[in-house]
Design a protein around this ligand. Structure first.
Ligand code: 0GY
Length: 305
């Protein structure tokens, strides 16, 4: 049995950036960081035995301090795979947020109605299905669909995380989901391919044909090949990701969300300054109206109404 106090982070794992700059971009009042995590602390909320990585601790107190520093009003905290389906750290953070955080949990078929109701009361509004093979073991689709049908009447959404190459195979499952569906990080496009090439066109087609499907236009630091300004010396941060995110923001302005992804799991090359990540937002949402929809109206409608 693993001691709860001896978690050693995965080799190569970068700690989150403790001194983020203050963004030059002023977030509109009521802005929501709609994708972030809490990790442990492991001594209080042990990491799951089935996890594929061990992160560094990133507590609710540190998350709320970042929220205030960057100028966000609220958070949507997403259950990360290192906590499996043990949502205690997430629920603890939601309860401590004073109504300023909502959550997306991970649940298994064995979850009881009472547990779902308890999570709902704490502020959980969705469940996450992860299809990224390096992060999770396979779960049969019928089990996931059963969960989706149980949470649908509660007004919960399904958040899906997958790689672009897997979309053709997952299409039928995604488009049959009975809830609002939110895609993490634009379905992880390969940004070395053209923004109007067949791979990203398929993603755009899914959003066009299915009005219940939304996308987070987050994680340029995860998708970029060109790198951040500190590495390549360019002014326009994450310039190779901009066309993909901007296309979604301009095509589906009422169905996009943005989040920091703090504390940035599994980054081994560079750890972003979250202040600079906020400064990326006007590159993908160039007008005040698009910014307000992306940061305020859309997440508020989805999570607080
Ligand atoms: C993210 C991305 C990653 C990890 C997880 O739940 C997780 O472990 O989502 C990743 O490794 O790409 O959005 O946090």
């Amino acid at each position: 049995m693993e001691s709860t106090t001896t978690f050693t982070k995965t080799p190569g794992w970068l700690d989150w950036y403790a001194g983020p700059s203050r963004p030059r971009f002023r977030l509109p009042p009521g802005s929501v960081d709609a994708h972030c995590h809490v990790f442990g602390p492991g001594a209080e909320f042990p990491y799951a035995p089935e996890r594929k990585y061990t992160p560094c601790d990133a507590s609710k107190r540190q998350l709320f301090a970042l929220r205030d520093h960057l100028g966000f009003d609220k958070n949507v905290i997403v259950q990360a795979t290192c906590h499996g389906a043990d949502n205690r750290a997430l629920v603890d953070a939601l309860r401590a947020s004073g109504g300023r955080a909502r959550g997306v949990a991970t649940v298994r078929r064995s979850v009881t109605d009472g547990e779902l109701q308890e999570m709902h009361a704490a502020g959980v509004r969705g469940t996450r299905f992860n299809f990224v093979k390096r992060l999770v073991d396979f779960t049969p689709r019928d089990e996931l669909m059963e969960i989706a049908h149980r949470i649908a009447p509660m007004g919960w959404q399904v958040v899906i995380y997958f790689e672009a190459v897997d979309l053709p195979e997952l299409w039928d499952f995604f488009t049959a989901l009975p809830t609002t569906v939110v895609v993490d990080h634009m379905g992880r496009p390969d940004v070395t391919k053209p923004v109007d090439g067949p791979e990203f066109e398929l993603f755009v087609k899914m959003m066009r044909e299915h009005e219940n499907i939304w996308s987070k236009v987050s994680c340029p630091e995860r998708l970029t090949v060109a790198g951040p300004p500190a590495l390549n010396g360019e002014q326009n941060a994450y310039r190779d990701v901009v066309p993909f995110a901007r296309r979604l923001v301009e095509t589906f302005p009422d169905r996009v969300l943005w989040g920091t992804d703090w504390p940035h799991p599994n980054l081994k090359n560079h750890m972003p300054d979250d202040g600079l990540l906020v400064d990326y937002i006007p590159h993908i949402a160039p007008t005040a109206e698009l910014q307000r929809k992306l940061l305020v109206d859309n997440p508020t409608r989805l999570y607080w109404s």
